[in-house]
Design a protein around this ligand. Structure first.
Ligand code: PEP
Length: 247
């Protein structure tokens, strides 16, 4: 039985002071008995967030990482820097990073390898645009993203990662995929993992849905067979996140 995992992606929101305040507001209400809960905060908020999360079972996540260990990479942050600050999960390949920062499947693959090598868990994002959905190439596209991102990663590692299916047309738009649409793609992602890495990896890997998840649609989406929780953007910045986690 896979444990559900619900992660908040704060994106570029909250100063360090605001981050600590938001965690104080959220942590009392969040029930971590049945689900793993992760807060993926901006780099600058990682240290205050780690402090604010002490004594809770809520895990700390980052939204990005660089794939080199150290050196002349102005503006980047290495996996060991994150690890030392208590980061357990790292988002890789979010559609906003692919779109605005030119991240390719090859770059995402390098990041995934480093995240795993440093003992952290990647949250690998994939998803189609509206025109890809309308053209009927969603499944093909996502299979390609998964294959590219996981290239060269061992089945034993694949079974511990988290994959987030995030249709781009549903991110930050208030337009959610129906629970059936989300289930269809998450089921296909599990099938793709099975073909590439075998049954055990496909049954262990946790697959989230992301795209305008809120307190009113979470329960229906998370009830689907192949959906093991959610990656939540906008609603993770509000008290509503408590309701989503305690769905
Ligand atoms: C996201 O950015 O990962 C996301 C799912 O955002 P939102 O919930 O705001 O659509």
């Amino acid at each position: 039985m896979r444990k559900k995992i619900i992660a908040g992606n704060w994106k570029m929101n909250k100063t360090p002071k605001e981050a600590a305040e938001l965690i104080e507001t959220l942590k009392g209400g969040i029930n971590t008995n049945m689900v793993d809960v992760v807060l993926c905060v901006p780099y600058i908020d990682i240290i205050p967030a780690a402090e604010a999360l002490k004594g809770t079972n809520i895990s700390l996540g980052a939204q990005n990482v660089y794939f080199e260990e150290s050196g002349a990479y102005t503006g980047e942050v290495s996996p060991s820097m994150l690890k030392e600050c208590g980061v357990e999960y790292v988002i890789a390949g979010h559609s906003e990073r692919r779109e605005y920062f030119g991240e390719t499947d090859e770059i995402v693959n390098k990041k995934l390898k480093k995240i795993i090598e440093h003992g952290m868990t990647p949250i690998l994002c994939c998803g189609e645009t509206l025109s890809q959905r309308e053209l009927g190439v969603t499944i093909e596209w996502i299979r390609m993203q998964i294959k590219g991102a996981l290239n060269g990663i061992a089945a034993d590692d694949v079974k511990n990662i988290v994959i987030a299916y995030e249709p781009i047309w549903a991110i930050g738009t208030g337009k959610t995929a129906t629970s059936d649409q989300a289930q269809e793609v998450c089921g296909q992602i599990r099938q793709a993992v099975r073909e590439l890495y075998g049954r055990e990896a496909s049954q262990s890997v946790r697959i989230q849905y992301g795209g305008s998840v809120n307190a009113s649609n979470a329960a229906e989406i998370f009830a689907k067979e192949d959906i093991d929780g959610g990656l939540v953007g906008g609603a993770s910045l509000k008290e509503e996140f408590v309701k989503i986690v305690n769905y």
